[in-house]
Design a protein around this ligand. Structure first.
Ligand SMILES: [Zn+2]
Ligand SMILES: [Zn+2]
Length: 378
């Protein structure tokens, strides 16, 4: 009886019934209306609009403040984010900030240490304990955020149900519109977000830190708009990217960057490349130590005139810093060509190529030594 009192029946019924309602609406559509491939387009477009409003908006903008956005971009995030049925931005961000601050503890709202079911969906089905959520002060200052919080349910109903039904109506299939652009899409987007709280804290690599359960998982990124690089995100939460390399699948990062070309987003925060590299190499060393390589073995290698991993790491960091500095100088001189002339630019370009090669060589030496040590300990 006590347990029943703890259940949030509204959330339980909504999350439990939407998959069935989606199935029923799809059945009614196929028996009473004509299928059109435009309904598939509606599903895909609404999947990206509402999902990206959560990841680029609710998550990276409002929860982490990793960049600034114009009022209409914020408006778009708040309106379409409501259509994902994941609560108001204020509540979502308050929970998420607590997740980062108290990760893997009882105060973490979706503590992954309590298992897959709890972190995925279980936590939403339990009523919040008093004193309840404290809304972040910086977000309360934004009138758009306050407006969305006040009219959240209305906006969610309009974007989540009314809009796709209307689009479907113009395509000659209002029930199809509701089924694919509304119900089915809501289920898929919700579970995409839930996967980040559950699977992204269970399966994958601890590339940059092992201080929490967050993992980097490329496969998950394909289903979560790029949020699968969760270990990077927990280590460098202020960075607007989750996948730091240009080729890392991260549509959210690409959207934010593209908007910046049109002046709609700015002050995109990136943590220094050298910090990222350092964290990665430190983690690799930890793995070696965990596999049984004693610190004394490093000294032994020194005695044998073998380069120590620490020494090589320092060389990588030095070469990397030199490369980054030259890159900055190259950009500066390029913008001031009338002042310096092209000759200076070519000279720096040459130095830059050498510095890049030196960095890559230093990294390769470190990498090979790491591999060698790995073989000797296993
Ligand atoms: Zn986060
Ligand atoms: Zn997390």
């Amino acid at each position: 009886m006590e347990k029943l009192k703890k259940i949030d029946w509204v959330n339980l019924l909504f999350l439990g019934l939407t998959p069935f309602a989606a199935g029923l609406a799809i059945y009614v559509h196929f028996t009473t209306e004509v299928w059109s491939y435009q309904l598939l387009t509606l599903f895909i477009v609404s999947y990206f609009l509402t999902g990206l409003a959560i990841t680029a908006g609710y998550h990276r903008l409002f929860s982490h403040r990793s960049y600034k956005a114009s009022w209409w971009v914020r408006f778009f995030y708040l309106v379409f984010g409501a259509g994902a049925f994941e609560n108001s931005c204020l509540k979502w961000s308050a929970d998420h900030r607590r997740h980062h601050q108290e990760v893997d503890t009882d105060n973490d709202p979706y503590n992954a240490r309590k298992g897959f079911f709890y972190s995925h969906i279980g936590w939403v089905l339990i009523k919040e304990q008093s004193p309840g959520t404290v809304f972040p002060k910086d977000l309360l200052k934004d009138p758009l955020v306050r407006w969305q919080h006040k009219y959240y349910l209305l906006l969610a109903g309009l974007v989540g149900f009314a809009l796709p039904t209307l689009v479907g109506f113009f395509l000659g299939a209002p029930i199809g519109g509701l089924a694919f652009g509304g119900l089915l899409r809501i289920v898929v987007v919700q579970h995409s977000t839930f996967f980040i709280n559950s699977l992204a804290h269970m399966y994958g690599k601890s590339t940059y830190t092992d201080k929490n359960s967050a993992k980097d998982n490329l496969w998950l990124s394909f289903f979560t708009y790029g949020e699968g690089f969760h270990n990077f995100h927990h280590k460098f939460q202020i960075d607007y990217r989750n996948g730091p390399r240009w080729y890392h699948w991260d549509p959210t990062k690409w959207l934010i960057k593209t908007l910046s070309f049109f002046g709609q987003t700015d002050r995109l925060i990136k943590v220094p490349e050298s910090d990222i590299l350092k964290s990665k190499m430190l983690m690799e060393k930890k793995i070696l130590l965990a596999k049984g390589l004693q610190t004394s073995r490093f000294d032994q290698f020194l005695k044998d005139k073998m380069p120590s991993l620490d020494g090589l790491q320092m060389k990588v960091e030095e070469a990397h810093l030199k490369f980054i500095d030259l890159k900055k100088e190259f950009k500066r001189v390029r913008n001031e060509i009338p002042l310096h002339g092209k000759e200076k630019l070519f000279q720096i370009q040459g130095n830059l190529k050498v510095a890049r090669l030196e960095f890559k060589l230093a990294y390769m030496r470190w990498y090979t030594q790491r591999k060698y040590l790995l073989v000797t300990v296993s």
